[in-house]
Unconditional design. Structure first.
Length: 246
């Protein structure tokens, strides 16, 4: 089985981190192709940057999805997930969506932790989009940047640990770490945390392997069916070809 791992951020260190996390979570025999954005934000941290990254995701899957059995979007705002599902004939799994549904299977009340308070409302909307707001204990953020995960990892780990324990104290019975730059933190912190601590990349890999094995048919009607041969201009030939499929 081959999974395409897509990071639309232009920071290669994030791709390297999520690839290591994916490989650690995967079954024997699962291989990965990990790709990094070539334009757009270094690290997505706003709605505007996320909108720009949507084009980046579509270009990456258009160029690299052929020959893969599934796609994992290694971007915590689940950028372009439904757009990719319209265009591709293989399962597309978004990392935070996968972690939220995993949390809902494990606990009646869960929380989400991310970087930067600016994105708290965005993650609340993401939870609502998954139909899970009634199960949400809280969304909180640590006051650090994703880049600090690479420049000062021990400080960031300590901040995340304290924030997670605060969410548990507030009633969360599972905690989702929402950030591609948080990949692998769940494994390190779990011994200190008395509830399940969920990494989106690991959860997404598990879902991708399951869906690739099930081989569900592609929808032929409805909002997730193919776009039906609609012309687009000013994009790569590979992306244009996906839009033109009937």
């Amino acid at each position: 089985m081959k999974i395409l791992l897509v990071n639309p951020n232009t920071t290669q260190a994030v791709t390297d981190l999520v690839l290591r996390t994916a490989q650690a979570a995967a079954r024997e025999g699962t291989a990965f192709e990990a790709v990094t954005g070539t334009f757009g934000p270094e690290i997505i941290g706003s709605r505007a940057e996320n909108a720009l990254a949507t084009h980046g995701v579509l270009e990456l899957v258009a160029r690299h999805a052929a020959g893969c059995d599934a796609v994992v979007l290694a971007v915590s705002l689940d950028t372009a997930a439904w757009a990719c599902r319209e265009l591709l004939p293989i399962p597309v799994v978004a990392m935070t969506e996968a972690a939220l549904h995993t949390a809902a299977l494990l606990a009646p009340r869960f929380a989400v932790l991310t970087y930067g308070k600016r994105l708290v409302p965005v993650y609340q909307e993401l939870v609502a989009g998954c139909g899970l707001s009634s199960r949400l204990s809280a969304v909180n953020a640590v006051d650090v940047t994703p880049q600090q995960s690479f420049t000062d990892p021990e400080f960031v780990l300590a901040e995340v640990r304290a924030a997670v324990l605060g969410l548990v104290e507030g009633g969360a019975e599972a905690v989702v770490l929402a950030g591609a730059a948080m990949a692998a933190m769940a494994h390190r912190l779990q011994p200190d945390v008395p509830v399940p601590l969920l990494d989106g990349v690991a959860c997404a890999v598990g879902f991708a392997e399951m869906l690739a094995t099930l081989r569900p048919p592609r929808a032929r009607t409805g909002s997730v069916s193919g776009t039906g041969g609609r012309a687009v201009n000013g994009v790569s030939a590979e992306l244009q070809a996906l839009f033109m499929q009937r």
